[in-house]
Design a protein around this ligand. Structure first.
Ligand SMILES: Nc1ncnc2c1ncn2[C@@H]1O[C@H](COP(=O)(O)OP(=O)(O)OP(=O)(O)O)[C@@H](O)[C@H]1O
Ligand SMILES: [Mg+2]
Length: 364
């Protein structure tokens, strides 16, 4: 379908769609799109294309894709203000918090793009372990951003930490320690943008986010707040903080869509996986030996420095011969430790329930 849109307006496309800019000048979250450039909008995602000069598009819409034209920008004024403040004040570590579907990931991208424009080096740490775009679900990923981004998925991942869960409540310290470990891989003088999960309202969540702010010592906490839901956290955080608005045109995702996104995330990291045998006299596997995983259990393969190389799916363990069999694309030569997570997957990356047996073991 051909679309012609005037300067000053925004074209909002909900995927799946493939878009080609035939003529004109546009940007997405501050990242310019080249004329005759093509990009895709994934299913479950929405992209606001800001029209800088009158533009012509050729768009192929997939099933259930939609589009909408609105006047002006869909980026809230408070986002612009926050980025101006960060750009001019030299803030160097930004912790982004907010409930689910508030624009946390998008603000991370927007901020990174704006900082690049200020000629600053930028790193994004994606610590949203359930909906992570950097690394598979159940991990934390780091990207050193060198070019403007229109989405996080697909950005080069510099390093990852295996957490083994997709919801943070049982792994709060693991997540905080993981972020701190990834920070050791960020070059000096780089603006650090830390994206977090959407668990913010109950008592555990408040304690977790406040502890995160205390331990990470960000120079600024940015809260994406809709109706004051972040007030309990923001009032307890002692570092400088700023609330910004949830965009009006946010695309909310259902539970099913979130599950689908996670499964797509596992699959990306199981590409070209095969069944492999690992000799347990060569790798540290105490976690695995203690936990007695069942077939399908997610595994994290860790290198000698403690960073995750990739994930795998537990198949079997021969204790007598000391052989672990797993479905993975990770090469055993780099592995120094294997850890076991609390997720069960099919080789196609679908999330499976644990058997009754395993539940009983956990509850005991
Ligand atoms: N300013 C905006 N204009 C238009 N669309 C937006 C804007 N901000 C975010 N969106 C869209 O809304 C959706 C949700 O945003 P985003 O993924 O950033 O939220 P999130 O808080 O990170 O969600 P999650 O809790 O799943 O991590 C995305 O498809 C995104 O592209
Ligand atoms: Mg997000």
């Amino acid at each position: 379908m051909k679309l012609e849109i005037q300067a000053g307006r925004t074209l909002l496309i909900s995927g799946p769609a493939s878009v080609r800019l035939e003529d004109g000048s546009v940007n997405i979250f501050g990242a310019p799109i080249h004329r005759r450039g093509r990009f895709t909008v994934r299913r479950e995602k929405q992209m606001p294309i800001e029209i800088v000069e009158d533009s012509k598009f050729d768009v192929e819409f997939g099933e259930r894709a939609t589009y909408l034209e609105v006047e002006g920008s869909t980026v809230p004024e408070s986002w612009k203000e926050a980025t101006r403040r960060i750009g001019t004040s030299g803030e160097s570590k930004i912790l982004i918090i907010g409930s689910t579907d508030t624009g946390k990931s998008t603000f991370s991208i927007y901020l990174a793009n704006k900082m690049l424009k200020h000629n600053r080096r930028v790193a994004i740490v994606d610590a949203d372990i359930g909906q992570s775009d950097l690394g598979p679900p159940s991990s934390i990923g780091l990207s050193l951003v060198t070019e403007p981004l229109i989405e996080l998925e697909g950005a080069t991942v510099e390093a990852m930490i295996f957490v083994g869960e997709t919801s943070p409540s049982r792994v709060v310290d693991r997540v905080i320690n993981g972020i701190m470990k990834l920070e050791t891989r960020i070059p000096y003088g780089t603006v650090k943008v830390i994206n977090t999960d959407g668990w913010v309202t109950d008592e555990g969540a408040i304690e977790y986010k406040v502890r995160m702010a205390e331990r990470l010592e960000p120079s600024l906490v940015i809260g994406l707040d809709d109706v004051g839901e972040l007030d309990p956290i923001m009032s307890m955080v002692k570092t400088p903080k700023m609330k910004i608005h949830v965009p009006k045109y946010i695309k909310v995702r259902s539970r099913e869509e979130r599950k689908h996104i996670r499964e797509h995330g596992y699959r990306r990291y199981l590409r070209e996986a095969v069944y492999r045998n690992f000799l347990l006299d060569r790798i540290e596997a105490n976690d695995l030996l203690e936990r007695k995983p069942e077939k399908g259990n997610i595994l994290g393969f860790i290198d000698s420095e403690g960073f995750m190389i990739g994930i795998g799916i537990f198949e079997s363990l021969n204790r007598r011969r000391g052989i672990l069999r797993a479905y993975t694309n990770v090469n055993f030569r780099k592995v120094s430790r294997v850890e076991c997570g609390n997720i069960r997957l099919s080789p196609q990356g679908q999330e499976l329930p644990f058997s009754v047996d395993q539940t009983w073991k956990e509850l005991r």
